[in-house]
Every structure is written in structure tokens, then in C-alpha cells.
Design a protein around this ligand. Structure first.
Ligand code: BV8
Ligand code: ZN
Length: 248
């Protein structure tokens, strides 16, 4: 993998770096992506499971799906891509990590300041009053726990048609507008409003870099596309810019 001299120089002199990650950065940990060939959406359509209506229609089915994903996530570990970003956070004056992922792997890799746009699958939330709680495990076909307010407890993730947490979203757009370099890593850049962030950064003057195993809808509009696995590319970038070897 060779990086352009301009990219290396820009990273070395950058004050603010913002990163948007998607399911692709967790793929090498063994977490299925959504739209890939073995993706989660292959078997189920998002509208059938990742919406409030789907949950109210059949809470047990939706919990079955989230429990299946919670089980996968509890059995995997962060990969070198997550660790490289955790190191980068400590090397750059201002570093903003924005993730669409709900798996918590960035935090487990040591990233301290993570903007979780779509929530976190290991937490639960009352679908009526929004009260959050730590993981509430639903036994298969068991009684769905209720909040004191009487509302059903669901996973603390943002479903399609639901608003994103406004403070997190505002911080993410601020980071995109103010950064010198914006990395879009492992995302198909399909889901809004997260998918707008790379081009917001571009419009406000950032150098936009995409890391993905294949081109996406934004590839022709970014400044640099690095085709390959993020778990391979990010450690190489760390070594090239800061001579840090995270594999040790
Ligand atoms: C909102 C949490 C408005 C849940 C997720 C019609 C009806 C309803 C809504 C809409 C509609 N049309 C448009 C919308 C808006 C909708 C939307 O964008 N839909 C899309 C599908 C068109 N958005 C919403 O509904 C959002 N809310 O708009 O609210 C509103 C306004 C006011 C008042 C009320 C409401 C909410 C969106 C959040 C949905 N929740 N997740 C859960 O996880 O179960 S989205 C889900 O997709 C995940 O979070 C995931 O992260 C995200 C994006 O997918 P990616 O991360 O990009 O994953 P994907 O598999 O697609 O791609 C992986 C990429 O990695 C690929 O490019 C692959 O090549 C690459 N890759 C693979 N391996 C590697 C790799 N790259 C590098 N290295 C590797 N090793
Ligand atoms: Zn409640």
C-alpha cells in the first residue's frame, strides 16, 4: 500500500482529524456488515427488523435478532484498525471519532472520545420514555422487560425513521466542518444523515480520504481513495506517519 506524499504531509501537519467509521471497520473482527455479500441485511430487510414499527409488531423477533448480534459482538475483539485509530487519537491535537457502528469495539480498543451516531447494541432503552439501562438480556421467547413507565425495553440503537441523538449529531457535523482531514472508513455511505458527513467536510475545505475494500458512491468526490482492508491500511499509515508499530 503506498500513500501519496500529500496525504502523509497533511496528516503530519493536521491540527484536527475527523473519522467516520461504518460496519467495514469491524468486519475483520468477525462482525458481519449490513450490505456485504454475507451481510446482515441479506437475510433480513432492515424495515422488517430495525424500525420501531417492526419492534412493536413483533418485539420477540426483533429481540431475537439483536440478541444474535449481541452474542456475535460479545465473542469478537477489536482488530488492528480499531487499535490504530485509538493510537491516532493520542497523536493528533484534535481527533474526532464518529461511528455508525453499535458494537462498542472502538471503546474496547481504547478510543476515549467516540461519537456513537446510532447508539450501542449492548445498552437497552425504553421505547416509550427513552430511559436507558445497561444490557437487559431477553431470554429467547421470554417476557419482554418493561420500564417503570410501562414502556417496552428495546436495544439502545437508532432505528430507521428515528432521530439520531441530536447532541451527538451536532458534534459530528461540527467536527466535519472544522477538520483539516476527514477519513471515511468502512462505510457504504448509504445511510443518512451520517452519509452526508464526508461531503460536508469536503465542502468546508477538508482533505477527504476514503478507506474501503471497494469504491463507494463518494469515491469519485474524495481526495484520496485507499482500496484495501482498514485493519491492514490503518496500521501501515500509523507506521508511515509516526513510525509506530501497533502490531508489537
Ligand atoms: C432519520 C442501528 C429522520 C440499528 C442503523 C425511508 C424510510 C425511512 C427512513 C428513510 C427512508 N429513506 C431514507 C431514509 C433515511 C434513513 C436512511 O438513510 N435510509 C437508507 C437505507 C436510504 N435514515 C434514517 O432513518 C435515520 N433517521 O433519517 O430520521 C427523522 C427526522 C426527523 C424526525 C424523525 C426521523 C436513522 C438511520 C440509522 C439506522 N440505524 N443502525 C442497527 O444496527 O440495527 S444503520 C446501519 O447502517 C448501521 O448503523 C450501519 O453502520 C449503517 C451504515 O451501514 P455501513 O456501516 O456503511 O455498513 P454497510 O454494510 O452498508 O457497508 C460496509 C462497508 O464496509 C462497505 O462499503 C464495504 O465495502 C466495506 N468493508 C467491508 N469490509 C471492509 C470494508 N472496508 C474496509 N475494510 C474492510 N475490511
Ligand atoms: Zn420508560
Amino acid at each position: 500500500m503506498c500513500f501519496s506524499e500529500i496525504l502523509i504531509q497533511k496528516i503530519k501537519t493536521a491540527n484536527r482529524i475527523a473519522v467516520l467509521t461504518g460496519a467495514g471497520i469491524s468486519a475483520e473482527s468477525g462482525v458481519p456488515t449490513f450490505r456485504g455479500k454475507d451481510g446482515l441485511w441479506k437475510k433480513f430487510r432492515p424495515e422488517e427488523l430495525a424500525t420501531y414499527e417492526a419492534f412493536m409488531r413483533n418485539p420477540n423477533l426483533v429481540w431475537e435478532w439483536y440478541n444474535y448480534r449481541r452474542k456475535i459482538i460479545s465473542e469478537v475483539n477489536p482488530n488492528p484498525g480499531h487499535f490504530a485509530l485509538a493510537s491516532m487519537e493520542r497523536l493528533v491535537p484534535e481527533f474526532f471519532l464518529i461511528t455508525q457502528n453499535v458494537d462498542g469495539l472502538h471503546q474496547r480498543a481504547g478510543s476515549l472520545n467516540v461519537l456513537e451516531l446510532h447508539g450501542n447494541i449492548m445498552r437497552s432503552r425504553c421505547v416509550k420514555c427513552g430511559k436507558k439501562s445497561c444490557t437487559v438480556n431477553i431470554e429467547e421467547k421470554g417476557e419482554i422487560p418493561r420500564c417503570e413507565c410501562g414502556g417496552l425495553m428495546g436495544p439502545d440503537v437508532v432505528w430507521f425513521g428515528e432521530m439520531l441523538p441530536q447532541d451527538v449529531l451536532r458534534n459530528a457535523f461540527n467536527a466535519a466542518e472544522k477538520c483539516d482531514i476527514f477519513f471515511s472508513i468502512g462505510t457504504s455511505t448509504v445511510v443518512q444523515p451520517a452519509a452526508s458527513l464526508p461531503m460536508v467536510a469536503k465542502r468546508t475545505g477538508a482533505f477527504v480520504v476514503e478507506i474501503n475494500v471497494e469504491p463507494t458512491v463518494i469515491s469519485e468526490n474524495v481526495d484520496e481513495t485507499l482500496i484495501g482492508m482498514s485493519g491492514k491500511i490503518l496500521p501501515k499509515l500509523l507506521k508511515k506517519v509516526w513510525d509506530i508499530d501497533i502490531s508489537k
